[in-house]
Design a binder for this molecule. Structure first.
Ligand SMILES: Cc1cc2nc3c(=O)[nH]c(=O)nc-3n(C[C@H](O)[C@H](O)[C@H](O)COP(=O)(O)OP(=O)(O)OC[C@H]3O[C@@H](n4cnc5c(N)ncnc54)[C@H](O)[C@@H]3O)c2cc1C
Length: 514
């Protein structure tokens, strides 16, 4: 059973479409509410304690503001806890110390993200993030005690120039594997607490409170069934991620996320139900950047890391034909998988042969196929893999036209003999595939939706008329426009949580108290 938002966010969306801003229809009744007593008073209220929330709290508290974080779950970290915590940045001292990239620049980094954004990103936001990312890496090291230990790069994007790529993905001690993002969260939260920030768990923020001039002055929350009114004299920072687990909002705003919630495996925490986006929309905030998501395939284990080539295999649609470059960065090829699945109303498959998993030289060549002969046999028995002695038998097993799949295999083996993939420009694993044959049905492991509230480079939330909603900020995946229609590569999201969180914390702390 999928988790559906308990709020009627469409009410907010409809208001937004009519151009109702904070000082309008929503402002007046909330002015009356604002005259009621406050249960808690703070300078800065941070909603959500994931990567963005703890970063916002850390900077606001370091700037001397009284900070309260309210977190819906029983622990801090959100989806950031589940991440590997790796972060992209160009030109850091660590990149210079640990890689061959001595002259990488934020400018190159921004160009890559903008190109990958396919015209859909806010270039000012992307440039701001690329420029600010190196300082986030240094701040985490110098202020929060994070120890950076290695760097790598992400896999190519077919239409992005190679000179824009670099080893920029920073890995910290204990990080890199799923589930190690908590190391970063705890380090930053500790620093925030040392500066006086307080955190309250099991408390769900439900509504923003706006005064008669349209300024956000607090929020309502519920804690163990009790209502709580929190005054935030300097501002509210929304850090509740995107609409990851909200089926209703995904249906309205993000077709790929909606598809994944129905057909894939969403790895985000269950509490990421788009609350911050709904609350912003409810008072007239605009949204930006919806549509894509962070999808990858847990079984290939490749296309996430430029040190790991994609093993000999190709992906086919319901017609038995290839449709994408398989060793491009993972969310790039997963967007194509989603589109093919919808357009042809059926699954796509990764096809490989016994030659793809039985080559004694693979380890020396850097290939790590996700199956051995033994594990493939077990997966065939359990139904997790399809098997065919011949390519025609495999085609029958997966229900695609045998002549097409056979023709595709012959084409592939021709490219392997010539050493060049003429169809999609794949770079690794273009080697002859011989039988018996296997097919794996692709299932998206969804790491979260992209898109959120529209912000400016100061992280202020904008309304549908492009005006700032005073004292309202959004950071991390709660904000949109800084990632394009697919996720360009590991380390983009988490560095965004640090950058936008820190900026929001500093900006709110600098406000004059209302
Ligand atoms: C398995 C996995 C691995 C990943 N690895 C990486 C990686 O290595 N590098 C990378 O860049 N990205 C990675 N990602 C993506 C990245 O982790 C997320 O995009 C990012 O961490 C989201 O951070 P956030 O602060 O915006 O949201 P979150 O970390 O999800 O925090 C949001 C918080 O808000 C709380 N909340 C929600 N609603 C309310 C409410 N109404 N009131 C109060 N609190 C609320 C939630 O409980 C949650 O704690 C990975 C994702 C997954 C799932």
């Amino acid at each position: 059973m999928k988790d559906v938002s308990r709020r009627d966010f469409l009410k907010g969306a409809a208001a937004g479409a009519l151009g109702v801003c904070a000082a309008g229809v929503f402002g007046l009744p909330q002015t009356a509410a604002a005259e009621e007593a406050w249960d808690v008073e703070t300078d800065v209220l941070v909603v959500g304690a994931g990567g963005a929330g703890v970063s916002a709290a850390a900077e606001a508290a370091a700037a001397g503001a009284k900070v309260l974080i309210l977190e819906k779950a029983g622990i801090a970290g959100g989806t950031t806890n589940l991440s590997g915590g790796v972060m992209q940045a160009a030109g850091t001292r660590f990149q210079k110390e640990m890689t061959a990239y001595q002259d990488d620049t934020p400018e190159k980094h921004a160009k890559l993200w903008i190109k990958a954004g396919e015209g859909m990103v806010d270039e000012a936001l992307v440039t701001d993030l690329a420029n600010g990312a190196p300082d986030c890496i240094e701040w985490l090291a110098d202020t929060c005690g994070i120890k950076w230990t290695s760097l790598y790069g992400h896999c190519h994007i077919p239409y992005v120039e190679d000179e824009l790529m670099a080893d920029r993905i920073h890995v910290y001690e204990g990080g890199g594997a799923a589930g190690s993002g908590g190391i970063f969260v705890q380090a930053v939260l500790d620093y925030a607490k040392q500066n006086g920030a307080q955190i309250q768990f099991n408390t769900e923020v439900t509504r923003l409170i706006v005064d008669g001039e349209g300024v956000v002055i607090g929020a309502e929350a519920t804690c163990e069934g009790k209502a709580l009114r929190v005054r935030a004299a300097k501002g509210v920072i929304l850090c509740t991620a995107s609409i990851d687990q909200n089926v209703e909002m995904a249906k309205a705003l993000s077709p790929q996320q909606y598809y994944d919630l129905n057909n894939g495996i969403c790895m985000s925490v269950k509490t990421d139900t788009g609350d911050g986006i709904r609350m912003g929309m409810e008072i007239g905030a605009a949204v930006e950047g919806f549509g894509g998501c962070i999808d990858f395939c847990g079984r290939t284990g490749s296309a996430t890391d430029n040190r790991v080539p994609t093993f000999p295999s190709f992906i086919v649609n319901q017609n038995g034909f290839r449709f994408v470059c398989e060793d491009a960065t993972y969310a790039y090829h997963y967007r194509a998988i989603y589109q093919q699945s919808v357009q042809l109303d059926g699954a796509t498959y990764m096809v490989f042969g016994s030659s793809s998993i039985n080559n004694p030289d693979f380890a020396d060549m850097g290939y790590y196929p996700a199956w051995s002969e033994e594990s493939a046999k077990k997966d065939v028995e359990s139904g997790a893999l399809y098997y065919g002695e011949t390519i025609e038998a495999l085609a029958e097993a997966i229900g695609v036209p045998a002549a097409n799949l056979k023709a595709q295999l012959e084409l592939w083996n021709g490219y392997a003999a010539a050493g060049k993939d003429e169809q999609f420009g794949r770079r690794t694993g273009v080697m002859e595939i011989t039988g018996p044959f296997y097919a794996y049905r692709n299932v998206a492991y969804n790491l979260g939706a992209l898109g959120g509230l529209k912000i400016n480079t100061n992280t202020e939330v904008l309304n549908v008329n492009g005006e700032v909603i005073p004292h309202l900020y959004a950071a991390g995946l709660n904000a949109g426009g800084w990632i394009g229609p697919y996720y360009p590569g590991s380390g983009t999201a988490v560095v965004g949580t640090v950058h936008w969180g820190r900026k929001a914390g500093k900006a709110a702390a600098a406000n004059t108290a209302k």
